[in-house]
Design a binder for this molecule. Structure first.
Ligand SMILES: NC(=O)c1ccc[n+]([C@@H]2O[C@H](COP(=O)([O-])OP(=O)(O)OC[C@H]3O[C@@H](n4cnc5c(N)ncnc54)[C@H](O)[C@@H]3O)[C@@H](O)[C@H]2O)c1
Length: 396
């Protein structure tokens, strides 16, 4: 295979944005677009300059008839795990947007389907490729933090008016807190997923677990009541904030929050993201707002040292440097294409992906049970068994 023929499924803002990066990749060709709404896929065809014959509104038909080696899923996140399995069973490689799955059964199905079909599966989580994340990982690998006792982060992404509705005739996004009275709409995926904001835990866990080289073994979660304090008069049955408290196999405590309806001061270079590592020898943190900076403290220092770390990925090529999320968006595009063409390992493979999804799924369950501590399964157990190794087990 000289280049990868790719089909985009879900022609919303994220799908189009990342597909432009696939299109710019020298070893990838966009051959197919699919969306459940004809008007949306027709517009996407014009935007990405594809002929009408390349446009589909039926997923199974696309898998049967389209000239594709791989599928990029950027539709509603709740349906992506099932669609990923169907693509792999049809002999297509697949990459999907975050989060990877919404039930533990889906996590298992994804792993079983990858193992059965041998197709490539990659989660497109990109914040793990930020330059300062790789700098912190290098420091951790060299022992500069000592034992990292606490790793924490937040994904607090406030919008005063999310696009919560879909026009059922056109597929158009409708931005309104209340159900609009003047047109026929259905709730968009954001209405369902963002109401339990900790479902977005994978975005923060992905870089933290990459640094630690670890996995979550147990989780407890608390959130504000399922009735927004920011929008008390509105329809929204959202928790304004949820916080997950987790333990890893190698005994680090993780504390990660998420929220989509809690206002905050304008953010700095990492937008809605924030991270901190607290080790026995050193601590590091990222900026929380515009006048804040990256900071490092090492034993013996009396004040924090300002650091020139940045989100820009280390050794980024031109295409990567210009891509979204501070240059991180191009990286998973490239790792996916390279893996298909050169059979290189995927940094965010199916095991790594479900290790970010399962703690989120169980955090939502924990919040429903008032903060109950729940064990997270080890999805690599079968892999360990086959290799004759026993996995690290930190217990609850
Ligand atoms: N990694 C990131 O930084 C990032 C940022 C934004 C969104 N996302 C993820 O990207 C995905 C899409 O987000 P978005 O903001 O573009 O959403 P969106 O709602 O704007 O777009 C989704 C598109 O999928 C289409 N769709 C729905 N069901 C479909 C189906 N069965 N078959 C084909 N198409 C279908 C919709 O019609 C819509 O056009 C989500 O999984 C989201 O979590 C990731």
């Amino acid at each position: 295979m000289k280049n990868v023929r790719l089909g985009l499924v879900g022609c919303g803002s994220r799908g189009i944005g990342v597909t432009r990066l696939f299109k710019a990749h020298p070893d990838c060709r966009i051959t197919t677009l699919m969306d459940r709404f004809p008007a949306i896929v027709e517009q996407a065809g014009k935007t990405l300059e594809l002929p009408v014959a390349a446009l589909f509104t039926d997923y199974e038909r696309m898998l049967r008839e389209a000239e594709i080696d791989a599928v990029f899923l950027a539709c509603d996140p709740m349906i992506q795990a099932d669609m990923a399995c169907r693509a792999m069973l049809a002999g297509k490689h697949v990459c999907t947007e975050v989060p990877a799955a919404f039930t533990l059964e889906e996590c298992r199905q994804l792993i079983q389907t990858v193992e059965k079909t041998g197709m490539k599966y990659q989660l497109m989580e990109q914040t793990r490729y930020w330059g300062f994340i790789d700098a912190w990982k290098k420091m951790h690998d060299q022992g500069e933090f000592g034992h990292i006792c606490l790793a924490q982060g937040e994904y607090i992404h406030y919008a005063n008016n999310w696009d919560l509705w879909t026009d059922v005739k056109t597929g158009e996004r409708v931005t309104s807190l209340q159900r609009p009275a003047d047109r026929e709409v259905e709730p968009r995926w954001r209405s369902k997923v963002l109401a339990d904001p900790i479902y977005y835990l994978p975005h923060t866990l992905s870089p933290l677990l990459k640094i630690l080289g670890d996995r979550v073994v147990s989780v407890s979660c608390l959130g504000t009541k399922k009735h927004s304090y920011t929008y008390p008069e509105e329809y929204l049955a959202w928790s304004d904030i949820q916080y997950a408290l987790m333990r890893t196999a190698n005994d680090t405590v993780l504390l990660v929050g998420a929220g989509f309806s809690l206002p905050h001061v304008p953010r700095g270079p990492l937008s809605a993201h924030w991270y901190e590592l607290r080790g026995t020898k050193a601590s590091a943190s990222s900026p929380r707002h515009k006048t804040d900076g990256f900071r490092l403290w090492k034993q013996g220092m009396t004040i924090y040292q300002e650091m020139d770390w940045s989100p820009a990925p280390l050794a980024a090529g031109t295409l990567q440097a210009k891509s979204g999320h501070g240059g991180a968006d191009f990286k998973p595009v490239d790792t996916f294409i390279r893996s298909i063409l050169d059979n290189t390992p995927l940094p965010m493979d199916v095991y790594t992906a479900v290790e970010t999804a399962a703690p989120a799924i169980l955090a939502v369950e924990s919040a429903r049970q008032g903060g109950a501590l729940i064990a997270v399964p080890d999805f690599r157990l079968r892999q360990h068994d086959q290799q004759g190794n026993s996995p690290a087990n930190g217990g609850l």
